[in-house]
Write a protein that binds this ligand. Structure first.
Ligand SMILES: *Cc1c(COP(=O)(O)O)cnc(C)c1O
Length: 384
């Protein structure tokens, strides 16, 4: 069986986790701080705050930017449901901006059009959340220009994109955004089991997210509104959560982060081989915008609607051969939860058509050449 994605755990990873498990400190502690510092280095941002998963990080990023009832967040329909759900946790409304036909990322033109009409109706979003689909950055310069014009905040959902870059800078540098969010779920670029993080250059946002990550409790006497009663004293200043990452997860993350370059190189190598072997076939390989260097979390191909065999037949044929491909994504607005909020087919036609045609081929650093060869062979045979 060849999965579409899986983690790569080394003996060194296991050893560093074991060391923490045998230490005095299991929950958030000194190793977490080290992991966060390593993340700021890898991403080129001033601050990093790690959390129990990326969904929690998205939620805290929305909260830190003041998203609440009556506000709107816009995101891409071609994403995991968490990109939209984080706004619903805050009581805000969600809307979707259709994708670009070549990158499958939020289309800057579609965003500009939607902003123009929202402006006329007085219904501008407070936050726009581009998602760096498959590890390829969105066109952040264009989105950043629109943010200046219309006054919204940008949260990058970079769950797929650790190790990718845009205009020569690592994703997570936050040149065009307030916050970037990463996921360390086992299918992503590096893993901590469950885990996530934000990066930001804004010290106030970082501080707010740190506070909300741990119940809204402050142990810093300078922030207290009362005088301390003794060494045990702390104050709760906001309604926060327990969204902390454990120290043994952070140890795994730090160890994994040390191999980020190797992971990304391998993913790019695999992508180049897929590109080379598949580009003349009856399918579309993922196009790369010249401003970006993808982290290749996914390798999404398209089998054009109406081809024989169709996407479903190709998908089933691969699964039958023990190749556990996947589909990314069912457009979020077509999920029953969002349909119940009024969304229907036709809202984002390009994302809906893309969904009919997509298959995510196996793509992960531990995928070996023989297995990739088998995937290519089987796919080519199925396509006839
Ligand atoms: C994986 C993923 C998330 C959620 O990450 P978790 O760490 O599982 O909470 C959010 N957005 C996107 C685009 C993802 O792929």
């Amino acid at each position: 069986m060849i999965p579409y994605a899986r983690q790569d755990i080394s003996n060194e990873d296991v050893k560093t986790v074991e060391d923490v498990l045998r230490s005095d400190w299991l929950t958030q502690g000194p190793v977490l701080e080290r992991f966060e510092n390593a993340l700021t280095q890898a991403c080129g941002a001033r601050h990093a705050v790690a959390t129990c998963n990326a969904t929690a990080a998205l939620h805290l990023a929305c909260r830190a930017l003041g998203l609440g009832p009556g506000d709107r967040l816009w995101t891409s329909p071609n994403t995991f449901v968490a990109s939209a759900n984080c706004a619903r946790y805050c009581g805000a409304e969600v809307d979707f901006v259709d994708i670009d036909d070549r990158t499958y990322n939020m289309s800057v033109e579609a965003l500009a059009d939607k902003l123009e009409s929202a402006d006329r109706q007085g219904k501008l979003p407070k936050i726009v959340m581009p998602v760096h689909f498959a590890g390829q950055s969105c066109e952040m310069r264009g989105i950043g220009r629109l943010a200046e014009r219309y006054g919204f905040h940008i949260i990058e959902d970079a769950s797929h994109a650790l190790g990718g870059s845009y205009l020569g800078e690592p994703i997570g540098t936050c040149t065009f955004s307030s916050v970037a969010v990463f996921s360390f779920h086992p299918v992503k670029i590096i893993t901590t089991g469950e885990g996530g993080a934000v990066t930001t250059n804004d010290p106030d946002i970082a501080e707010r997210i740190r506070l909300l990550r741990s119940h809204g409790i402050s142990r810093d006497p300078r922030s207290w509104t009362h005088r301390g009663h003794g060494a045990w004293y702390y104050e709760q200043h906001d309604l926060g959560f327990n969204y902390r990452m454990t120290d043994f997860q952070a140890a795994l993350g730090a160890s994994q982060l040390g191999r980020l370059k190797i992971f990304i190189e391998r993913r790019r190598e695999l992508a180049a081989r897929y590109d080379q072997k598949l580009h003349q076939r009856n399918l579309i390989v993922p196009w790369q915008h010249p401003d970006t260097q993808s982290a290749y979390h996914l390798y999404p191909i398209r089998i054009a609607n109406g081809s024989i065999p169709d996407r479903r037949a190709v998908f089933d044929g691969l699964v039958e051969a023990g190749i556990r491909v996947n589909v990314h994504y069912i457009p979020v607005h077509l999920q029953p939860y969002y349909r119940a909020l009024g969304f229907a087919p036709g809202v984002c036609p390009r994302a809906e058509r893309y969904y009919q045609e997509e298959i995510s081929l196996p793509m992960f650093a531990a995928l070996n050449d023989e297995d990739q060869h088998q995937v290519i062979e089987r796919l080519v045979r199925l396509l006839g």
